[in-house]
Design a protein around this ligand. Sequence first.
Ligand SMILES: *[C@@H]1O[C@H](CO)[C@@H](O)[C@H](O)[C@H]1NC(C)=O
Ligand SMILES: *[C@@H]1O[C@H](CO)[C@@H](O)[C@H](O)[C@H]1NC(C)=O
Ligand SMILES: *[C@@H]1O[C@H](CO)[C@@H](O)[C@H](O)[C@H]1NC(C)=O
Ligand SMILES: *[C@@H]1O[C@H](CO)[C@@H](O)[C@H](O)[C@H]1NC(C)=O
Ligand SMILES: *[C@@H]1O[C@H](CO)[C@@H](O)[C@H](O)[C@H]1NC(C)=O
Ligand SMILES: *[C@@H]1O[C@H](CO)[C@@H](O)[C@H](O)[C@H]1NC(C)=O
Length: 502
Amino acid sequence: MGSRAFIAAAVSSALLLLALGLPNPAAAAPHLPWAAQSLRLSSLPSRAPAPAVGLSYETHYLVQQVDHFGFDVNLTFKQRYLITDQYWKNNNGAILFYTGNEGDITWFCKNTGFMWDVAEELKAMLVFAEHRYYGESLPFGNLSFSDSKHLNYLTSEQALADFAVLIEYLKKTIPGAKNSPVIAIGGSYGGMLAAWFRMKYPHIVIGALAASAPIWQFTDLVSCGKFFEIVTNDFKKSGSKCSETIQSSWKAIDRLTSTGEGLQWISEVFHLCNPLRSQIDAIMLKSWLAETWVNLAMVDYPYSSDFLMPLPAWPIKEVCKYLTDPSASDKILVQNIFRAVNIYYNYSGEASCLNTSQTATSNLGIQGWNYQACTEMVMPICTTGISDMFEPQEWDFAAYSEQCFQEWGVRPRPSWIPTVFGGKNISSHSNIIFSNGALDPWYAGGVNENITDTLVSIVIPDGAHHLDLCARNADDPESVLLARTMEVDYMKKWITQFQGHR
Ligand SMILES: *[C@@H]1O[C@H](CO)[C@@H](O)[C@H](O)[C@H]1NC(C)=O
Ligand SMILES: *[C@@H]1O[C@H](CO)[C@@H](O)[C@H](O)[C@H]1NC(C)=O
Ligand SMILES: *[C@@H]1O[C@H](CO)[C@@H](O)[C@H](O)[C@H]1NC(C)=O
Ligand SMILES: *[C@@H]1O[C@H](CO)[C@@H](O)[C@H](O)[C@H]1NC(C)=O
Ligand SMILES: *[C@@H]1O[C@H](CO)[C@@H](O)[C@H](O)[C@H]1NC(C)=O
Ligand SMILES: *[C@@H]1O[C@H](CO)[C@@H](O)[C@H](O)[C@H]1NC(C)=O
């Protein structure tokens, strides 16, 4: 599978909760090192950092400036990157460069099977570059997340500069790489970085594949409600009365949790690790459920997978088998909701209890992403309760900003990303493929129209979050096979053009 549910998942935990005006659970432990963050969630096979069978690469580190954009701070840190040249033609053959996003790079390396699948055909070297402040690439070690001073160098612009410096270094030091064409590839936030990298450093990368990259999920560029409409449609399509049942469940939960006895009853039905004690806990439960439905929409893959959690093929269909009766009694309805979420949290059969403080985003650097969401990456999301199956919630920037200030001592600047990367006005750029799965909620903020002949959009109707970056699978739908073929064709064309011009 590709480096799938990314930003998506991270945003759903951080932004969704912020958007819903709820305390962000990640805020409860903001000073844990990244590794501890990942450990506090149950360990699953997909989270093992070791390379999967068959993937062999070398791990290296490059000394980078902490601040590329000023001269006062002359500190450095080690950026990790993974590299393999087993398929590379060392006479200026292509380099596929994964622009790492918000997590440990070994995880993206393992989950971006597409790059491994096409390496031989493109005779390409593969490089996976870790994003600063994630994995091992911590500018201030333990202290990286300690305060806004240490976090000050966590921006997408600094990350892109690291990538540029790394590529120049590789070309200089690897014999035969000097004139290699480099293509940026990324999924989710990594896809946004891939696209932006091509925009800002067109002399360094000849093109970019930006998979499920919501570069338009920013203030005033797209409607904030579309995200949850897509989630709702996925459930609507996957079972009769499925979305209606979820829609009815919120009020059923409200009614049941209005008494102490009801709080206790629900805690038992849901096998909660920590029983609900108050109305606030009940709100947390609903928010956790909402996030679960969002995550399912991101990972609604055609085969059994364990990207966020081990799941069956087409997991929403499985979930919807329990969600067929919106007018059942409150208790029956809530029991059915439990059966449904249990597919998500306990498909392995190993969960001893369900923990509403835990989200399914363990492999992501939650702290780093929360900070990014509180500075540059403000991605408005809202619900109406009419065009979606959720409780209505407006996008409340003031509350969002306040939460950020409390958590990090900084306030977000929502217009900066459109200013620095062009918002909708990107037609002066070239050679970027924007691929999006129509089942993926992040499709809402993606580029889903062809802007020019070389800024192209590929829509995968049966795809969830960057399905195209996942490894080949016998159950791949036709639409993703077609998308991958087109992607490889574009890349070959860029390479040929580049070689023709030299
Ligand atoms: C900055 O650091 C580099 C190496 O880390 C060193 O060579 C250089 O002299 C330093 N510059 C200043 C102005 O301190
Ligand atoms: C992080 O902190 C721990 C304990 O405080 C210490 O043992 C370790 O060396 C520190 N690591 C770094 C990279 O500073
Ligand atoms: C998870 O599934 C196993 C096996 O079916 C079951 O014994 C266990 O109670 C379930 N856990 C939860 C939290 O429901
Ligand atoms: C639930 O998750 C939170 C946050 O990860 C953690 O602190 C807590 O220990 C967990 N509770 C149980 C009972 O596992
Ligand atoms: C986009 O930018 C170009 C100049 O680069 C300008 O002519 C055009 O009006 C802009 N379009 C929009 C929609 O802002
Ligand atoms: C963009 O153009 C390509 C090539 O003509 C086409 O295959 C694709 O469907 C177009 N994308 C959209 C979203 O119309």
